[in-house]
Design a protein around this ligand. Structure first.
Ligand code: SF4
Length: 402
């Protein structure tokens, strides 16, 4: 394994400081790093060192395998009762003219548009509005499942659930049970932002708190169900806020084991109330992926959204702990493009995704939402890639004799 040799070389480096050497030794021994060591990595470790550690863990867990999936997005509305300062996507209700509010029939039609297509998941997330309540979403999930039972419904975050359960006067446990019965299969990781109230109150004051976000995931996990987790980084938070965020996730994961993937989300500053805050550099993105991989030893997967960070950075991220690059195949989501993401029309065919992964020496595997293998693309050669020998002109005269 290349990464084992690299770690060995790093441990033999006499110029490496004692604290960084001790952390590298812990990774080799498969020991968990502490909160303070997490902060130290952010403050002191360079990108090369972090890449060696994160890639070692990534290859130990997954080898070269890199996952993607085929899904489509439905965003019921971009209007929202909340006013998160970093949000480029939502329009307040007073700006209704700039927004959209799909009816259930319109959203159902979007689902039927994919009939017969090899998608495995519908990802539903958007703004928060009173008419999209518990009854609405329960009916919508049930309608999807009645129409296409095998389509995995990954929908809504604790931001929506907290709001709709409160409105319906049900507690989190009963609410999540009802959603499961309606057809919800898993929860995406959004709405987490930064858990620590010192930051959360400045950037996302009114929506569910960090503790509430964690409680809703916990109730969902107790039902034997899976979810993801995100972290919005690179704005006004300090490094220790990021480590605090990951520490909370690591603790809950120890308790429930229900998280599948951790997804760091880069703060983008286009068209929002924090446009004065500069964005993190690509180096900082890579450092952050790597530290996530190192810190979250009990998470199976670290995911980068290629649509948000761009194709080149997502290729690079595969050497910094990431083993999953998501995989929206068309431009049904506006969340990234409206925030100023690299990809303004995030569409990529399966072949392009496979090539993107193969070009950096990794093995592409299409997964479903729960990481069951759908297609192993390691040795697949696409029809168009095969050389068409028969069309070549014959230039060897001996070959035409007889
Ligand atoms: S981040 Fe979500 S909850 Fe906050 S304003 Fe935007 S859509 Fe609403």
């Amino acid at each position: 394994m290349r990464s084992a040799e690299q770690l060995h070389t790093l441990l033999a480096d006499k110029n490496l400081s004692k604290d960084l050497h001790d952390i590298a030794q812990k990774i080799k021994n498969e020991e968990r790093i502490t909160f303070d060591e997490g902060v130290l990595l952010y403050e002191k470790a360079d990108v090369g060192y972090l890449g060696v550690l994160a890639n070692y863990i990534r290859e130990k867990k997954h080898g070269d395998t890199t996952y993607f999936n085929r899904n489509f997005h439905i965003e019921p509305t971009n209007l929202c009762v909340y006013d998160c300062k970093f949000c480029s996507y939502s329009r307040l209700i007073k700006e209704r003219a700039e927004g959209w509010e799909y009816t259930m029939d319109q959203m159902f039609e979007m689902v039927t548009k994919y009939d017969g297509q090899p998608v495995t998941e519908v990802h539903i997330v958007g703004g928060v509005l009173p008419q999209y309540d518990m009854k609405f979403y329960s009916e919508f999930f049930s309608r999807i499942k009645a129409h296409r039972p095998e389509l995995h419904v990954k929908a809504l975050t604790p931001v929506e659930y907290h709001y709709i359960f409160k409105k319906a006067k049900v507690n989190y446990a009963d609410g999540m049970q009802a959603m499961k019965e309606a057809g919800l299969d898993s929860m995406p990781g959004g709405g987490a932002e930064i858990f620590h109230p010192e930051i959360r109150e400045q950037i996302a004051a009114d929506k569910c708190t960090g503790d509430q976000w964690l409680q809703i995931h916990e109730e969902w996990h107790k039902l034997g169900m899976r979810s993801n987790a995100t972290m919005l980084y690179g704005h006004i938070e300090q490094y220790w806020h990021r480590v605090h965020h990951m520490e909370e996730l690591r603790k809950l994961q120890d308790k429930t084991g229900g998280f599948q993937a951790f997804i760091p989300l880069k703060f983008r500053n286009k068209d929002n109330q924090m446009s004065n805050v500069s964005e993190a550099s690509v180096i900082e993105d890579l450092r952050n992926y790597a530290i996530s991989r190192i810190y979250l030893d009990n998470f199976d997967h670290i995911k980068s959204y290629w649509a948000m960070i761009g194709r080149s950075t997502s290729q690079l991220s595969l050497n910094f702990g990431v083993d999953d690059i998501d995989g929206t195949i068309d431009d049904t989501t506006k969340i990234y493009s409206m925030a100023g993401a690299e990809e303004q029309h995030p569409g990529m065919s399966t072949r392009e995704l496979v090539e993107l992964i193969k070009h950096v020496g990794r093995y592409p595997v299409e997964r479903d939402t729960l990481y069951n293998i759908v297609t192993d693309f390691k040795d697949v050669v696409f029809e168009e890639e095969r050389p068409n020998y028969f069309a070549l002109p014959v230039i060897n005269p001996t070959a035409t004799k007889n």
